[in-house]
Design a protein around this ligand. Structure first.
Ligand code: DON
Length: 310
């Protein structure tokens, strides 16, 4: 690192980046997300063993949305192994929006391009083992609890229901994939689980800790216990680099160079290999569904502290 990363510097960087919140809008296609304050920007940086610094309104809670795709992929890979998971979902980035159906129709066989877009994530959620929706969700939440050392984390029923009531595009993706044998079972049950997984509610501290475990090759920062096997942590980081910021992933890799995953709540989780977990919340989004000010904040953090992996 070029200079020491302290709270004062972090505060200054948040104030600077906050200006960019004006360039974005809060997502409202999930009605409950539309209630967020577009001017908010907060960040937590976790460096292991209780070392955490933060700036902004860091106790504010928000939902993981697409960041949950990384966690669910980890569970599916631990449940089934790479061969099975990647027989149903690909490994390639896409230049299309996160909720696009286009490639499902044009690609033969119909297989979602990667697990970070909605189609791929729905196919992955469909693989989670469990007798009931509660049991499946419980297994996803257990991993979140272990990674954050916070057993209180649960999902927000209001946000989950708001998405379930309006998820017509995701329903279409599911039915299309069911027709082609990519997903099995009852579509409404899959959507029920998916919307709950997306509505898992955290704060910036929790998010930074999730990012840290992935950065730390899957190990718990306190006990060094392997929570996620090393080879799976590597797969997660790689998808975060190639597909984590959707159709902005290439530009983000050049400008920031930190494995990261965004969600339409305005959250971004960053994993700087072997060192730092980052949790950001800034609900004003650009037209690709990424937090505008959050990305600016990561850009200045990366250049100031030389954090790019490239
Ligand atoms: O499926 C959806 O549309 C949302 N639950 C998650 C999308 C999302 O977070 C995309 N990220 N930028």
């Amino acid at each position: 690192m070029k200079q020491s990363l302290d709270v004062e510097t972090l505060n200054t960087m948040v104030v600077e980046a906050k200006k960019y919140t004006k360039e974005g809008v809060v997502a409202d296609y999930i009605p409950a997300l539309g209630e967020a304050n577009p001017e908010t920007l907060s960040i937590a940086i976790y460096r292991g063993k209780g070392d955490c610094i933060a700036a902004g309104n860091i106790r504010e809670k928000f939902t993981l949305q697409s960041i949950s795709k990384v966690i669910t992929l980890a569970v599916a890979l631990m449940d089934h192994g790479e061969e099975y998971v990647f027989s149903k979902v690909g490994m390639e980035p896409t230049g299309d929006p996160f909720n696009s159906i286009a490639k499902l129709e044009s690609n033969v066989p119909s297989k979602p391009l990667n697990p970070m877009i909605n189609a791929g994530a729905l196919a992955v959620t469909n693989m989670i083992i469990g007798e009931t929706i509660d049991e499946k969700l419980g297994r996803i939440l257990s991993l979140v609890h272990e990674m954050t050392c916070n057993p209180e984390i649960t999902y927000c029923e209001r946000v989950a229901k708001s998405e379930l009531d309006t998820a017509f595009l995701n329903r279409s993706l599911c039915y299309f994939m069911k027709q082609h044998g990519v997903v099995k079972g009852v579509v409404e049950e899959l959507l029920n689980l998916y919307t709950k997984q997306c509505a898992i509610q955290v704060d910036c501290y929790d998010l930074a800790k999730l990012g840290y475990v992935i950065a730390n090759d899957g190990k718990n920062p306190n006990t060094e216990r392997q929570i996620i096997p090393l080879h799976i942590a590597r797969i997660l980081k790689t998808f975060m680099v190639t597909c984590g910021m959707y159709n902005s992933s290439g530009e983000f890799a050049i400008k920031v160079g930190i494995p990261a995953k965004s969600g339409v709540s305005g959250a971004i989780m960053g994993s700087v290999p072997h060192g730092i977990g980052v949790g950001i919340y800034g609900p004003a989004l650009d037209d690709r569904g990424n937090s505008v000010a959050g990305m600016k904040l990561l850009e200045s953090l990366s250049s100031r502290y030389d954090l790019s992996i490239f």
